[in-house]
Design a protein. Structure first.
Length: 108
């Protein structure tokens, strides 16, 4: 498995909460990622894509990318976005799955 596929090994303990975010958009995700302290750049996609980067990694480097957020996202992609953000949090030790759900506003 390639490093960019490592999120596929993540099992969400609260996977049922994905149903509560199926209508989230790029702005919702940018807000949540910023709450987690992740750097977000919208410059590279001219506004159509936003790129979320690892904490201690220079933005712009593809190996530093956690997730790319598209403007018109489908509800089916939400689970992968959660898993990618959770995966980085677990690998880095910076935050947990529950922290991600709190940042997304679906867990108190």
């Amino acid at each position: 498995m390639q490093p960019w596929d490592s999120y596929k090994t993540v099992t969400l303990a609260r996977g049922e909460l994905v149903e509560r975010i199926h209508n989230y958009n790029q702005k919702d995700w940018i807000k949540a990622c910023k709450k987690l302290g992740l750097p977000v750049s919208i410059r590279n996609g001219r506004g159509s894509h936003a790129t979320v980067y690892k904490h201690d990694c220079p933005p712009g480097r593809k190996e530093c990318c956690v997730v790319t957020l598209v403007k018109g996202m489908h509800q089916n992609i939400q689970r992968d976005f959660v898993k990618k953000v959770v995966c980085y949090g677990l690998q880095s030790g910076r935050y947990t799955e529950d922290d991600v759900w709190r940042a997304l506003g679906v867990l108190d």
